[in-house]
Design a protein around this ligand. Structure first.
Ligand code: SF4
Length: 160
């Protein structure tokens, strides 16, 4: 079982109404059970929606209730992002998932680097809100940039 950002599988759940289909990730379905999730939709946001970015120092602060996620129009969508993170964790626990492959740079799914909050396309170190919660709960998160069959097989052998 691998938890996957639904947009990487071609689901049109992206803020723009489009997807982030990645054939490398889609091909994993031949060998593994992939569970598609979109934390922002699970958090109650509509599609399409306005793009949002983390305004806090990091996602941990958002989860701790002392940082915000705000959309490009200045609306506070923190509660949606936190709800989406916990709903995703619920699914991960239900299926006993140990690994996730998430969309890079996203304020929900990003891992290692995310947009810096200025809506200018600049990146900073850090994780998306859902990624942070999953990591805090022992789930290993990778992005589509990190993976190929060989890497996944190696990871699966280590983790199972
Ligand atoms: S929240 Fe995650 S799954 Fe949903 S569109 Fe954004 S990157 Fe994709």
């Amino acid at each position: 079982m691998i938890l996957v950002s639904a947009c990487l599988l071609g689901v049109c759940c992206k803020y723009s109404g489009g997807d982030n289909k990645n054939q490398k990730v889609v091909d994993l379905i031949k060998k593994y059970n992939l569970i598609p999730v979109c934390p922002e939709q699970l958090g109650g946001l509509s599609t399409p929606r306005k793009p949002a970015e983390i305004q806090a120092e990091d996602a941990k602060k958002v989860l701790d209730g002392i940082g915000k996620v705000v959309n490009v129009c200045g609306e506070d969508v923190t509660q949606n992002f936190v709800k989406g993170a916990y709903e995703t964790l619920k699914l991960a626990n239900l299926y006993d998932v140990k690994i996730a492959i998430f969309k890079s740079k996203s304020p929900s799914c990003g891992c290692g680097f995310i947009y810096d909050g200025s809506f200018s396309g600049k990146l900073k170190s850090g994780n998306g809100v859902t990624t942070e919660l999953l990591i805090q709960n022992g789930i290993k998160v990778y992005t589509e940039d990190d993976i190929d069959y060989k890497t996944i097989e190696k990871i699966m052998k280590i983790d199972y």
